[in-house]
Design a protein around this ligand. Structure first.
Ligand SMILES: *Cc1c(COP(=O)(O)O)cnc(C)c1O
Length: 480
């Protein structure tokens, strides 16, 4: 069994195994003609169920064959141009190369004595990001497992910096289009059930700052404490960006922590054309970025950045077995002092290799391409009488719904759209997402693949219309 340990004597086994895996995936990528096979849970579950984990195959090729059957064949492939559903990007090769390296070396970024150079590479990327945001010379941050964790950590810091220790008095303001991790964080942080105040959005799905001002005023009048405002730079549903500068003004006025959730919109930090859409982000106290959404990085790659490095002390605990206090005096850089995690992947390496191979402009150009595609797609939808489209995109998301000719009952339209989404998924020909707008069912394209063309968008719209018409035809038959 020792032959399976990765070490100096097993280099050949390592090379052969990984190469075999890479070959399979490369062949798979070349052969996928749709994002999904359409397999059902009922069809797949027994194939996985019947594998006896206590009876190993002892043979890599056989295991890879089996993996084809239980995973690779029916996986959802984000690189396919007709995968248009959630905030998943196709990944760039330099990042995948880095992933293979970081897994094999297996550094853990908690302490210097487990990661040496990795610690400095991560710190340099944090500095690179805070400079792009414009957070100033005292800024810092740390890589996290994702936007959810970044938001949680940012709100933890905000809670600790708040002007009261009475948790029940704290309020967090976020738009009604903000990510659910804000509410989840509030719960984990022990805030009261009604701590997150939902601020209405305008017709472009941006936080209404007049309403925010009213809510902040009311909060103070009620003797409560505004702990943080969460501005979203790229809402998950619409890609809309809250008015960051106006929100920063209000945060200044009320002495409130400003957190910008740029999990999605962070791609603009590298954009050659649209960086100005993030103006105001430089005034944040903390920022969430998800490189695994708009920097074409594999999951996970995310960071939380802060204006004032000292605020990260709220996540600092010392342990004799890991990061004793004296190490701070000795100036040993232990990233665990800033993180909610202890053992932590060297995810930063993926962004490092990406920037060193492609450059930030290369990444920004890819993100610009999908933003431009969304703008084109919006025109197509707006001109198509079969569709109602919600907001002109700021990033790369399109929210729309099929309006079948001659159908006026909104419930029936809801059903037709729901049916179309499901039927499309089952066909595997394309994958789209769905959401609700003003209580009605809509469909959503999240465009993150520069290989997707306007022709793909047109073709998928035809498929959706076809499925919806089929549903309505059948429902007419049922009625008669
Ligand atoms: C995706 C997303 C998150 C959550 O990020 P994860 O990486 O999925 O944990 C938070 N906020 C926004 C706006 C998002 O789009």
């Amino acid at each position: 069994m020792r032959s399976h340990l990765l070490n100096d004597t097993t280099a050949e086994h390592y090379r052969r195994s990984v190469t075999e895996g890479v070959e399979r995936v490369a062949a798979k990528l070349a052969a996928t003609d749709r994002p999904f096979t359409g397999v059902t849970v009922d069809a797949l579950a027994p194939r996985i169920e019947r594998i006896d984990l206590d009876t190993p195959l002892h043979d890599t090729a056989a295991v890879l064959d089996e993996l084809e059957d239980v995973y690779l064949r029916d996986a959802i492939y984000f690189h396919h141009p007709r995968y248009l559903a959630h905030l998943n990007c196709p990944v760039v090769v330099p990042a995948v190369l880095a992933e293979a390296i970081l897994t094999a070396v297996n550094s853990s970024l908690d302490t210097w004595d487990q990661s040496a150079g990795g610690t400095l590479i991560e710190r340099k990327l944090v500095d690179w990001t805070t400079e792009r945001i414009g957070l100033g010379p005292a800024a810092d941050g740390v890589f996290t497992s994702g936007g959810t964790q970044s938001n949680l950590q940012a709100l933890l810091l905000a809670r600790e910096e708040a002007k009261t220790e009475v948790l029940a008095d704290l309020r967090v303001f976020a738009s009604e289009a903000s990510h659910f991790s804000v509410k989840k964080s509030a719960k984990l942080l022990g805030l009261s059930e009604d701590a997150v105040v939902s601020v209405p959005v305008d017709q472009d799905k941006r936080m209404q700052t007049l309403a925010l001002a009213r809510e902040l005023e009311r909060c103070e009048q009620d003797g409560l404490v505004p702990m943080a405002v969460v501005a979203t730079a790229g809402t998950t549903d619409f890609g809309s960006i809250d008015p960051l500068t106006e929100i920063a003004e209000l945060c200044d006025r009320y002495g409130t922590w400003m957190h910008v959730d740029a999990a999605y919109g962070c791609g603009l930090l590298a954009s050659l054309k649209h960086r100005h859409r993030l103006t105001g982000i430089e005034r944040a106290d903390s920022v969430t970025v998800d490189y695994h959404k708009s920097f074409f990085q594999p999951v996970s790659s995310s960071a939380v950045l802060v204006r004032d490095a000292r605020t990260l002390r709220h996540a600092t605990y010392h342990a004799e077995y890991l990061n004793p206090r004296r190490m701070v005096q000795e100036r040993i850089p232990n990233q665990v002092d800033k993180s909610l995690q202890t053992t932590r992947r060297f995810d930063a390496l993926k962004l490092w290799v990406t920037l060193r191979v492609m450059g930030a402009d290369g990444v920004g150009q890819l993100f610009d391409e999908v933003c431009d595609l969304a703008a084109e797609g919006w025109k197509l939808l707006a001109a198509d009488p079969r569709y109602d489209v919600v907001v002109e995109p700021t990033l790369s998301t399109l929210v729309f719904r099929h309006i079948p000719a001659g159908v006026t009952d909104p419930t029936e339209i809801d059903r037709a759209n729901l049916y179309a989404r499901k039927a499309l998924f089952a066909s595997g020909e394309a994958i789209v997402a769905g959401t609700k707008v003003n209580g009605r069912h809509y469909l959503k394209f999240t465009l993150l693949n520069p290989e997707t063309t306007i022709g793909d968008i047109a073709a998928v719209l035809d498929l959706i219309a076809g499925h919806a018409e089929q549903y309505l035809g059948e429902s007419l038959d049922r009625a008669s």
